[in-house]
Each structure stands twice: as C-alpha cells, then as structure tokens.
Design a protein. Structure first.
Length: 81
C-alpha cells in the first residue's frame, strides 16, 4: 500500500483480512508441495523471519516422510558412488 511519501509499504499480517490469511496459507502450502524452497516462499510472501513463513507452510506427515526419505537417499548415494 502506498505511504504518504509515495513509496510502497507492506501491511503487517495483523492488518490482513481472514481471506488474505487463508490465501497466504493456501499459496505457501501449495508452493511448498510443488517443491519450492521455503526461503523462496519467504521472499515471495515478503516475510522478514523464516519462522513467520513456516506458520503459513502446512506440512503433513507425507511431506515430512518424503523429505526424510529423499535426504537419506542423497546421503546414501554419496557413499555408494
């Protein structure tokens, strides 16, 4: 939103409507599920802290298990050549 000096400022999440909050949750979760890096989502949502971004990224058990399996496979491939 424009400030009095003409520059753009972002609204805080406290100022956002429930619809804005819902859209951020949906977008962040969907982008993460499609493989987008959490830091990239943080920048896209214009959050200063990664903790704030993680509030919007809803991980389910399958996401966590997939990430764990993928990390294990990458680690194992380093030792098997």
């Amino acid at each position: 939103m424009p400030s009095p000096n003409g520059t753009c400022t972002s609204r805080s999440s406290a100022d956002a409507s429930p619809v804005d909050q819902l859209l951020r949750h949906f977008a962040a979760s969907d982008l993460y599920a499609q493989g987008m890096n959490v830091v990239a989502i943080q920048e896209l949502l214009s959050y200063r802290w990664i903790n704030t971004t993680m509030i919007y990224v809803h991980l389910n058990k399958t996401h966590i298990e997939d990430a764990w399996t993928s990390a294990g496979q990458r680690a194992a491939s380093r030792f098997t050549g």
